[in-house]
Design a protein around this ligand. Structure first.
Ligand code: HEM
Length: 422
């Protein structure tokens, strides 16, 4: 049990500097219980791999989005809590959505999502993306200034996933407003986030899209989803496709938006890296992999131990919520040499856990990679120098960045840059 560290789930100092917390935690023990919520923090790379790659049913993803808050709606007892979990599953936060499913149900619906996000569809999105990103840059290039989070990162990813899904163009700007910033997890205003379906506010609109496409199918993702069939040839339940549609939309925009904003922040702090990537845009993909390792959009994912087990040699009781700290694993000096150094030339760059691992690893990774690459490629091509705005973030020696108060995600609230247009 770690005694001296702040509350990862409640202390705002951890929001601004999560790596400090992770480093302290890992140096005490790469698998250790924290004292505030009783969750097991896994901060070492090997132990995190062990949990995420476990293929049997030892770990459930039922708590994968929100972790130990709120606590389980039952008091776990015994060596195997599977029955208790199933009896309470539908009351758990996010239980309507794919990320929390387990076993055969998860495999079936994940397979469907994978087939929808196929290579051809992503390739088509690439053409749209180049035009989109240039149109967004056109809006601010003349000003020499941009707030990257709403005006570039967020707009790129929300419009891109909307186009890929086939959401009517007339609705996209409104959806961008509606989806907004991630709600706080720290300041206590999270209740609507912890129901079984926190994306319910999108339901009337998405259900309408799906109904229309069941009547008049087109070639877009929503049409394929609305008319997808089970292995016995029957149409999927409407509620199933309704939940999947909203989850794909939600998952498809916010994490990539966070990656783009973080990537621009790194570039703003590193003029020499900007110059290098402008000369050699072929390395932008590697640059983004290093951002995903160094300071990724998803800091932690969660699993629930169904059965008594061991992680990294530590005994874990059934009912324990395990917090797998992706950022900590990716900054583990036992795995990455000089992890605090941002280095796009490091060997085995792609072995980071930014997209998680195992059965629930991100199915949108190719799309996230594509969107962020196009965004950064065009921004670099259309500027000669990107600078962090000192007026908003202070001088280089005393920068101030604001992050959304969420312990799960690493999400810049805003990022103000100035630049010289190319
Ligand atoms: C840079 C961008 C992205 C990052 C860093 C990211 C990160 C992640 C992570 C860490 C998970 C795993 C959660 C777990 O292990 O419990 C995940 C799952 C998922 N992601 Fe992404 N994601 C990104 C982009 C996308 C995009 C563009 C989409 C697509 C439309 C998407 C769709 C999904 C879905 C559907 C899952 C659930 C998979 C499952 O539970 O089987 N993601 N993502």
């Amino acid at each position: 049990m770690t005694e001296t560290l702040p509350d990862f789930f409640g202390d705002s100092s951890v929001i601004s500097d999560p790596k400090r917390y992770f480093d302290q935690m890992r140096s005490q023990c790469p698998v250790a219980k924290e004292r505030y919520h009783g969750t097991l923090m896994v901060t070492g790379y090997d132990a995190a791999t062990e949990v995420l790659n476990r293929r049997d049913d030892t770990f459930s993803s039922a708590v994968s989005v929100i972790g130990p808050i709120p606590p389980l709606p039952f008091e776990p007892h015994g060596e195997d809590i599977s029955e208790q979990l199933e009896a309470h599953r539908s009351a758990l936060p996010w239980s309507a959505h794919l990320a929390t499913f387990d076993g055969a149900k998860h495999a079936e619906y994940r397979g469907l999502v994978v087939s929808l996000l196929n290579f051809k569809r992503i390739k088509q999105n690439e053409d749209y993306l180049y035009g989109l990103v240039d149109r967004l840059i056109d809006r601010f290039i003349g000003r020499g200034y941009c707030n990257v989070v709403p005006d570039f990162a967020h707009a790129t990813t929300t419009y891109a996933i909307s186009d890929l899904m086939g959401i009517p163009e007339a609705d996209r700007a409104e959806l961008l407003q509606l989806i907004g910033a991630p709600p706080s997890q720290i300041a206590g205003d999270a209740p609507h986030k912890i129901g079984p379906d926190p994306l319910v506010f999108l339901k009337p609109r998405f259900d309408q899209y799906l109904r229309e496409r069941r009547e008049r199918p087109g070639t877009d993702l929503l049409s394929d989803l609305a008319n997808a069939r089970r292995s016995d040839g029957s149409l999927h339940d409407f509620e199933v496709v309704s939940n999947l549609a909203r989850f794909i939309f939600g998952a498809g925009q916010d994490t990539t938006s966070r990656l783009i904003a973080m990537a621009v922040k790194v570039l703003g702090e590193k003029p020499e890296l900007q110059a290098r990537l402008r000369k050699d845009p072929g390395r932008i993909a590697d640059f983004l992999e290093e951002v995903l390792r160094y300071d990724p959009p998803v800091k932690v994912v969660y699993r629930l131990a169904r059965k008594n087990t061991r992680i990294g040699g530590v005994d874990v009781a059934a009912g324990t919520i395990v917090t797998v700290c992706l950022t900590a694993a990716d900054n583990d000096p036992a795995r990455f040499e000089n992890p605090q150094e941002f280095n796009i030339d490091r060997p085995r760059l792609r072995e980071h856990m930014g997209f998680s691992r195992g059965a629930h690893a991100c199915v949108g990774a190719p799309l996230g990679r594509l969107e962020s690459r196009v965004a950064i490629e065009r921004l670099l091509a259309r500027t000669v120098e990107i600078r962090i705005s000192e007026r908003h973030h202070g001088p280089p020696s005393a920068r101030v960045y604001r992050f959304e108060p969420t312990y799960t995600f690493r999400s810049l609230s805003d990022l103000h840059i100035e630049f010289t247009a190319a």
